[in-house]
Design a protein around this ligand. Structure first.
Ligand SMILES: Nc1nc2c(ncn2[C@@H]2O[C@H](COP(=O)(O)OP(=O)(O)OP(=O)(O)O)[C@@H](O)[C@H]2O)c(=O)[nH]1
Ligand SMILES: [Mg+2]
Length: 400
């Protein structure tokens, strides 16, 4: 008869370096304990899986998510996530600017490149952002023990633009799924910022599984008179809601019909370049509104994806306990009509008793590569266009 101790000793003799390896080790040990008797338990006959084993396994299988905000804009997003409360994710702010970092909110903070920038920021120089991240790469690595790492930043300055690709590289090396949300600068911020953003976008494409670049200028399509500051506020809201919804989806996997493997499949890079479509919308719950809001989520006006190229997608529908099958059907049928008939579609339903009659829709898609990334890959041209003032509420209402 074989006993568990020698087999566990054998597992212990292997090298388990990374976070994913250590998870595998815990999984193996729990399985061995379940399958082989210990010397003390030798007389107890075993049938099926014990609760103790299942509890051990749940501990191991718990999906760990980390949200990292890099540079001023990224730190803003994470601060707002943290202030509004984010359940089930660790947050980390990284900056070269000690003051920005001090006033931000996150469960952990990292001031990078102290020797280079003296805590004063990178002064719009991505090389300083990059070098700062390289200098502190060991400290960055310590945080990368997660299954999914979300990165968020505003491209165009120095810290977010230079450091985020290095952080993405480290997250990827540690075996995480890397999902990057970044904004591209307004044309009115100048050509140089656009050029810097394009270069970073190419680097991020290398290390991100999903890359979601959101051009600030697209807001002008929704309101011609928008100001830069209002635009930043709207983008903050877009990034915060997108991150929050995605973290919620991962943490609530398995409620009805969707598990982490489904979400991972859509987020994971399969081709040469990352894809990434996300859309969120709130519906008042009647049939017409459900159809319109589902279309809005799929055709996210800030991303304008080529929906016919979507080959895999997930729609998650949240409602209170009374959510009817017909409401779920309104949403799922609309998705099937909007995407190609070959696309692999999965839906999940989540119960949120606080929603009342409201229905929340989250759409995730894979397939089309962002036209902005393609543009960046083909040239180093910037983007332009200028306009002015008002309309935060007006634009927000047309986005969700
Ligand atoms: N959403 C949002 N975007 C912002 C905000 N401030 C700046 N941005 C955008 O993000 C880009 C980068 O700005 P920052 O994040 O401040 O720059 P940084 O990464 O801290 O870089 P340095 O300060 O140069 O070291 C800008 O070009 C803007 O397009 C903000 O408050 N909200
Ligand atoms: Mg800064």
């Amino acid at each position: 008869m074989e006993f568990q101790e020698p087999i566990i000793r054998k597992v212990d003799s292997f090298n388990f370096d990374s976070y994913q390896d250590r998870r595998l080790k815990a999984f193996l040990n729990a399985s061995i304990k379940n399958a082989f008797p210990s010397k003390e338990g030798i007389n107890i006959p075993k049938r099926g899986d014990s609760d103790e084993f299942l509890a051990d396994l749940l501990n191991v299988l718990n999906i760990k998510t980390l949200v990292v905000g890099v540079g001023g804009a990224g730190n803003n997003t994470v601060s707002r996530l943290q202030e509004g409360g984010i359940i089930g994710a660790e947050t980390l702010n990284i900056n070269t600017d000690a003051q920005d970092l001090y006033y931000s909110h996150a469960s952990s903070k990292l001031l990078i490149g102290k020797e280079i920038s003296k805590g004063l920021g990178s002064g719009n120089n991505p090389e300083i952002g990059k070098e700062s991240a390289e200098c502190d790469v060991k400290r960055i690595r310590e945080f990368m023990d997660a299954d999914v790492v979300f990165l968020t930043c505003g491209l165009g300055g120095g810290t977010g633009t230079g450091a985020t690709p290095i952080i993405a590289r480290e997250a990827k090396k540690a075996g995480a799924i890397v999902v990057t949300f970044c904004t591209l600068p307004f044309g009115m911020e100048g050509e140089k910022r656009s050029l810097r953003a394009n270069i970073a976008l190419k680097e991020l494409a290398q290390y991100s599984d999903s890359l979601i670049p959101i051009p600030n200028d697209r807001l002008f399509k929704l309101d011609q008179n928008i100001s830069m500051m209002t635009g930043f506020k709207i983008m903050d809201e877009v990034l915060v809601r997108s991150c929050r919804s995605l973290v919620g989806l991962i943490n609530n996997c398995g409620m009805v019909n969707l598990d982490y493997a489904d979400v991972k499949n859509v987020l994971r890079k399969t081709g040469k370049y990352p894809s990434g479509i996300i859309g969120i919308a709130d519906s008042v719950g009647d049939k017409n509104d459900l159809i319109n809001k589902t279309k809005l989520a799929i055709n996210n006006p800030l991303l304008e994806p080529d929906t016919k190229k979507i080959d895999q997608c997930i729609v998650s529908i949240s409602g209170d306990h009374d959510i009817s099958l017909s409401k779920i059907d309104n949403v799922v049928s609309t998705v099937s009509n909007e995407v190609s008939s070959d696309a692999d579609l999965k839906f999940g339903a989540m119960i949120d008793p606080t929603l009342g009659n409201k229905i929340k829709i989250l759409f995730l898609g894979k397939g089309p590569i962002s036209p902005l990334l393609l543009k960046a890959l083909n040239s180093e041209d910037g983007m332009n266009d200028i306009e002015e003032d008002i309309g935060y509420k007006n634009v927000i209402n047309r986005l969700f």
